[in-house]
Design a binder for this molecule. Structure first.
Ligand code: MV4
Length: 495
């Protein structure tokens, strides 16, 4: 492998190119007209503009990207996350063009892309699942019978879904028919597929996912877990590894279940198996993400592996070269997603220019970003501007380092989730490790951020101005999309 085309932008494009460079592999950047001045374009050995700003006319153009790879003699394509990364048609087309796709096969993506298909595939592989159906619901009355057998509340989910779309909680039989129809309608319009299925509703779960890695010789290992329970509208904001709640026994059982999920679809490369974990630490397979994830750095920090390097080695046909026993957790890593969003104002996306942009430095800190001071945040793409990762020998050390790093991070010109991160890192529930996916709902409202600003008169004043625009209902309903932001927010993809 001599040259990789990176079919992505932003921090992940840079992240992939850095590893390629270390491995002596040349890189090709593709970019939209909005990204002419972007850092991934400057960093690559070659760069080619593939179209106008909207991703449908640039980063999602499969044939155009493959043509450019051929023209520039790239022998592999790395898709990053988002965009084409989980598109089986793209993986197949890349392969058919004689180019190495750095990721799993199209078939593995197809199996896991359907939630019903995934459940059916893993059924014989000893993977715990939430009680529920493994087939698309056909008939309302049959559905009601199933739901009452499972016991209310139940959750209706879209098979093609992701990021919580087409998901509906049903509390009692009288609501069943209406909610099924709403879920099917939502699924049809969002995914063009109205297949839904039923599961027992787990009330306040934790979201814990297992990183796995497989080669082309049937070797599959797990690289332990990431805890991703601090989310808002299915958008993760804080991730850490390892989780503060697992015992060594449960960690091993979850890791082995994740390996079985990977076996069920002959998975190769890096992938993530998502689980729900309930209060009694029962765990249930949710779905598999067939890509490198945003939060992969926390895993890299605790296992000492470069996941992009492992992806490339596997794609080149190399064997993993280590077994499960060789892998150990070393220390603790935290990640905060720094997004151009205003936590004081219902996490509304905030666009603008990075008037000041100074990243924190020093021992145990890693910043994966793709901006420099003075740059504009393009409105066309994901609002994540950086990932701030800290590493320590203990969870406490990683948290204290994160607090220091947040304080040292200087960003002006836009509002960011830095202040939210500081709030989380000081919250008793987070510090104790006793939290779940309802953390924001249970513990966060914009007033929470005032104390952390109190040393800064100007910011405190700005916060005060914003509060006057925030009604009490905005605060209480902070989990609902606000009227003026919902359109934009709902169009957003979650990774
Ligand atoms: C669930 C659940 C409770 N019970 N399934 C949300 C997105 C999709 N990947 C699965 N999700 C959930 N599935 C059952 N049977 C609760 C969620 C859920 C959730 C899961 C992980 C992280 C954050 C979440 C936020 C709301 C709901």
């Amino acid at each position: 492998m001599k040259k990789i085309l990176v079919a992505n932008r932003g921090e992940i494009a840079l992240r992939v190119m850095r590893t390629a460079k270390e491995m002596g592999i040349k890189t090709v950047a593709v970019y939209s007209e909005a990204d002419r001045g972007a850092l991934h374009v400057r960093y690559a050995d070659e760069a080619v503009c593939i179209g106008p700003p909207p991703s449908s006319q640039s980063y999602l153009l499969m044939d155009k990207i493959i043509d450019e790879a051929n023209r520039l003699n790239a022998d592999a394509i790395h898709p990053g996350y988002g965009f084409l990364s989980e598109n089986p048609v793209f993986a197949d087309k890349v392969k058919a063009a004689g180019i190495t796709f750095i990721g799993p096969t199209g078939d593995a993506m197809r199996t896991m892309g359907s939630k019903i298909g995934a459940k059916q595939a893993v059924e014989k592989f000893n993977v715990p699942m939430v009680p529920g159906t493994k087939e698309a619901l056909r008939d309302i009355n049959e559905g009601k019978k199933i739901a009452s057998n499972i016991g209310y509340p139940v959750l209706i989910k879209a098979s093609a879904g992701g990021g919580g779309k087409g998901m509906r909680v049903v509390n009692k039989e009288e609501e069943f028919e209406e909610q099924i129809k709403l879920a099917q309608g939502e699924a049809k319009s969002a995914f063009g597929d109205d297949a839904v299925f039923i599961e027992k509703y787990v009330g306040s779960p934790r979201h814990i996912e297992i990183q796995i890695l497989g080669d082309n010789f049937g070797n599959i290992v797990y690289l332990f877990e990431r805890e991703c329970s601090i989310q808002r509208r299915h958008q993760k904001l804080v991730e850490e590894a390892p989780s503060s709640c697992l015992t060594p026994e449960i960690r091993k059982a979850m890791g082995e279940a994740a390996v079985n999920v990977a076996k069920a679809c002959n998975y190769t490369g890096a992938g993530t198996v998502e689980f729900l974990v309930d209060e009694q630490l029962n765990f249930y397979f949710l779905e598999m993400n067939t890509r490198l994830q945003v939060e992969h750095p926390v895993t890299e920090q605790i296992v000492g592996l470069d996941l992009v390097k492992e992806q490339i080695r596997v794609a080149k046909g190399e064997a993993l070269g280590y077994t499960q026993n060789d892998l150990k957790i070393n220390g603790h890593a935290m990640e905060l997603r720094i997004c151009a969003e205003d936590p004081l104002n219902n996490f509304l996306p905030d666009i603008g220019r990075l008037n000041t942009y100074k990243t924190p430095q020093g021992y145990g800190i890693r910043v994966d970003d793709s901006f420099e001071e003075g740059m504009e945040i393009p409105i066309h793409y994901d609002p994540m501007i950086a990932k701030l990762i800290t590493f320590g020998s203990t969870r406490e050390e990683a948290i204290n380092r994160m607090l220091r790093a947040i304080d040292d991070y200087q960003i002006t010109g836009i509002q960011t989730t830095l202040s939210f991160g500081k709030y989380v890192m000081q919250h008793p529930a987070f510090l104790s490790g006793n939290f779940d996916t309802k953390f924001i709902e249970k513990h966060f409202n914009p007033e929470s951020l005032v104390p952390s600003y109190s040393h800064n008169a100007q910011a405190a004043l700005a916060a005060g101005v914003l509060f006057n625009n925030n009604t009490a209902t905005d605060v209480k309903d902070s989990n609902q999309p606000s009227t003026n932001s919902s359109r934009w927010i709902q169009q957003r993809k979650t990774y």
